[in-house]
Write a protein that binds this ligand. Structure first.
Ligand code: MN
Length: 254
């Protein structure tokens, strides 16, 4: 019997130790192909490279680096390198949490979303910074992949998995929480006297909403947040908030 195929990627770059640790664990029960960015591409979100060529390098057997974004890696991996459709596209393990609204910025999550858009089960895995027990966290991530291979996820569902720094034997199914960020922009001056800026202030705590990913990680549990690719606000379509003056409403939505 042929083993299932799992495509692994990340946004920390092909040389991230957590990527290889996860890939090696998954190889115990599935064929693995790694396609990951050649360098650090965190917070690349769902960007793809349209205006320059992409270079692919085989860094080890079944391990490839690409001069593009995380989503480029999944796109090219699935269409060019996989000899059959991967059952799971797993992204990570990321060095750093992806909680709440982080999912909109995260290249880790975007790579998993790209896998789901192309028909695989998409799983994003992230580990709290300054991890003291990455081995336990990576074992949990691999176990989630194994579960998804046994029982396929509903189409369009992406799992956003987070692990606490110390590892945990427990896990929770969670909702996306609300993470707060330092809202500051650092302005500096270059040697010619012109200003330049640093954006992307670090996290500054989270809202204490029970059942959320932020709270699960704060309490030291693994967290699995199922997300759906259908972003439509169906309630708003059924009951629109207002009419647009000067224009007539046509038909309805089937
Ligand atoms: Mn990252």
């Amino acid at each position: 019997m042929t083993r299932p195929l799992v495509l692994c990627s990340n946004d920390d770059g092909v040389h991230s130790p957590y990527l290889e640790m996860l890939a090696a664990r998954i190889e115990a029960f599935a064929d693995v192909l790694v396609v990951a960015p050649e360098r650090q591409r965190s917070a690349a979100s769902h960007a793809i490279t349209l205006h320059k060529p992409l270079r692919l390098t085989e860094v080890a057997p079944r391990r490839f680096s690409l001069s593009g974004t995380p989503v480029d890696c999944v796109y090219l991996g699935m269409l060019k390198l996989c000899d059959r459709p991967p059952a799971v596209v797993v992204s990570g393990v990321n060095d750093g949490s992806n909680l709440g609204s982080d999912v909109f910025y995260s290249g880790t999550v975007a790579a998993a979303v790209e896998g789901a858009l192309r028909g695989a089960a998409g799983i994003a895995c992230s580990l709290q910074p300054r991890a003291t027990d990455p081995t336990r966290a990576i074992a949990f991530a691999a176990s989630v992949v194994l579960a998804a291979l046994g029982e396929p996820l509903p189409r369009g569902t992406v799992l956003n998995v987070n692990m606490p720094a110390a590892g945990s034997a427990g896990y929770q199914w969670t909702k996306l929480g609300r993470r707060n960020y330092a809202q500051d922009i650092h302005e500096r001056e270059d040697p010619r006297g012109r200003p330049y800026y640093w954006v992307g202030g670090g996290p500054a705590g989270h809202d204490d909403i029970p059942g959320t990913d932020c709270v699960a990680i704060a309490n030291g549990h693994n967290s699995i947040t199922p997300m759906h690719l259908d972003l439509t606000d169906h309630g708003c379509v059924a009951a629109p908030p207002w009419a647009i003056a000067g224009f007539s409403l046509v038909g309805g939505v089937e």
